[in-house]
Design a protein around this ligand. Structure first.
Ligand code: ADP
Length: 485
């Protein structure tokens, strides 16, 4: 396996049919920590998107004809190529996305784990032989690749949101075209270089960096040769893209926004609760779809929790991703800062109080936001209803278990949820009643390849990762064979 440098993995053109495709029109990718331009990247247009879908369609028969073992071997070679280069992939990601390098390497490992896992799933998946209805007749269910897939992915996890879709698609025998986020295409293109080195055949994966999301997205959701579309991003855009897919009755997976509550009951271990809350909130500077958005704290412990959080937040180190020991880096862009400040100001105007932070750390740069603690937040404030996507902890109080559950469920979203309690009866009751697809009890880090990553309500449709993830890229065919006595 080739050991790369950041420079040798810095790819700036689209990747279609195994070739790097330049374009005259280009867009800039910035380092959010410094504002510097890192690269000028190919701006794929709808015509190139059509070509990519056609290439994927042409590559499909040979890819699905491979044995499961052949596909698994190629996926494992790609996994190895990524793991060998995880340091440089992490550095590259940190420079375009802003997260600390150690966290970026963690994402590379997490992203690669989907490739390894689905290589295994490719070999183990199977259909079913059905009960016999006559002596001369047998029926069985065969699982087959759905066909050409397309995907659109976000900037907050520039590697793992791609592998979580591409790995099961390829394992199932599908080919795929991906549009990464405009803000973070370099991590995506580096993955293509490694896929090519691993020997994944031309046309099986295609990558389209672009600033023309809407026009390229239209091709990826409406082209007649596409059978499946997978999206990770905001609920508003997800709804639009799902509507576009409906004209061709394409299968969809949607991993959308959340509004996670983190409930601290009065019987919780507060050391553990504070530690896990910080982990669930400050990863990626609060810019994850499963980040804690609302902290619900019982009246009896709220004063103590506030004190502990003020102390804990004062110890967090904010800085550029390449600095040692940094807890989190810059937000992705000025819009993210503006949104955080607006939500915070609206909350203050409605009676919330800033206990610490609450401002841009100008000495570090315009995109660094201080670890922030707001108290006296209420359910009617915009900050409780929208995704904050910033390092702001918004504390609401409650006085009973029923009230906490009602508050937590009072949202159209249902992605992640968290609570801390030491009472096993309460744990049983609350776990059953919270409306979310993923729940952490006394723990704030809940993502791993074996888990079913899936939202309910307006947070999504379909499952990523786990033993269920492969089926998203398969169709079920029932075959009946007769007349063989
Ligand atoms: P985020 O808040 O993560 O940026 P978005 O839903 O806006 O959420 O973006 C997620 C992905 O969707 C990105 O790759 C973005 O370019 C893409 N996207 C945004 N708007 C559209 C659109 N109208 N059509 C297709 N893709 C879009």
């Amino acid at each position: 396996m080739l050991q790369h440098t950041v420079r040798s993995l810095l790819k700036v053109d689209a990747f279609v049919d195994g070739n790097w495709i330049p374009s005259e029109q280009r867009f800039s990718v910035y380092n959010p920590a410094t504002g510097e331009t890192i690269a000028e990247v190919c701006d794929a247009d709808p015509a190139l998107a059509e070509r990519a879908v056609e290439v994927a369609y042409k590559a499909l028969p040979a890819w699905q004809a491979k044995t499961a073992k052949q596909r698994a071997d190629l996926l494992r070679a790609w996994y190895q190529a990524i793991m060998v280069n995880k340091q440089v992939l992490g550095e590259l990601m940190s420079s375009e996305q802003g997260k600390p390098i150690a966290e970026a390497i963690g994402e590379i490992e997490y992203g690669a784990s989907f490739i390894d896992w689905f290589a295994g799933e490719a070999e183990r998946h199977h259909g079913e032989l059905l009960a016999r209805s006559a002596d001369d007749k047998r029926s069985w269910i065969s699982k087959q690749p759905i066909g050409v897939c397309t995907a659109i992915t976000p900037w907050n996890f520039p590697n793992a949101m791609i592998t979580r879709k591409v790995a099961p698609a390829l394992a199932a025998g599908c080919t795929i075209v991906v549009k990464p986020a405009q803000l973070t295409p370099l991590s995506a293109l580096a993955l293509m270089q490694l896929a090519a080195e691993a020997g994944i055949p031309h046309g099986v994966i295609n990558m389209l960096p672009t600033s023309q999301a809407k026009a390229v997205g239209k091709v990826l959701t409406e082209h007649p040769n596409v059978r499946k579309f997978s999206f990770t991003g905001s609920t508003a855009i997800g709804k639009q893209l799902m509507a576009q897919c409906s004209s061709g009755m394409k299968k969809v997976s949607m991993e959308l926004g959340g509004n996670a509550a983190f409930i601290i009951f009065d019987d919780a271990d507060l050391d553990l609760a504070v530690e896990q809350l910080l982990a669930a909130k400050f990863r990626n500077a609060g810019q994850t779809c499963i980040a804690v958005n609302r902290v619900l704290v019982h009246d009896a412990v709220i004063a103590e929790v506030e004190q502990r959080l003020i102390t804990a937040l004062s110890k967090l180190k904010v800085g550029a991703g390449h600095e040692q020991g940094v807890d989190y880096g810059p937000l992705i862009n000025q819009e993210a800062i503006d949104k955080a400040q607006l939500l915070q100001q609206q909350a203050i105007d409605a009676g919330a109080e800033v206990l610490c932070g609450g401002k841009v750390l100008q000495q570090l740069g315009p995109l660094f936001y201080a670890p922030t603690l707001l108290s006296n937040v209420t359910a009617t404030m915009a900050i409780s209803q929208q995704e904050i996507f910033a390092p702001i902890l918004a504390l609401q109080r409650f006085s009973s278990e029923a009230e906490a559950i009602a508050l937590a469920n009072d949202t159209p979203f249902g992605l992640a949820g968290y609570f801390c309690s030491n009472d096993y009866r309460r744990i049983g009751r609350v776990a059953e009643q919270l409306q979310c697809g993923m729940l952490g009890i006394n723990v704030g880090i809940i993502s791993q390849v074996y888990n079913a990553f899936a939202g309910i309500k307006e947070s999504g449709i379909g499952i990523e990762g786990s033993s269920f993830g492969l089926a998203e890229y398969q169709v079920t065919k029932t075959i009946t064979l007769g007349g063989f006595t």
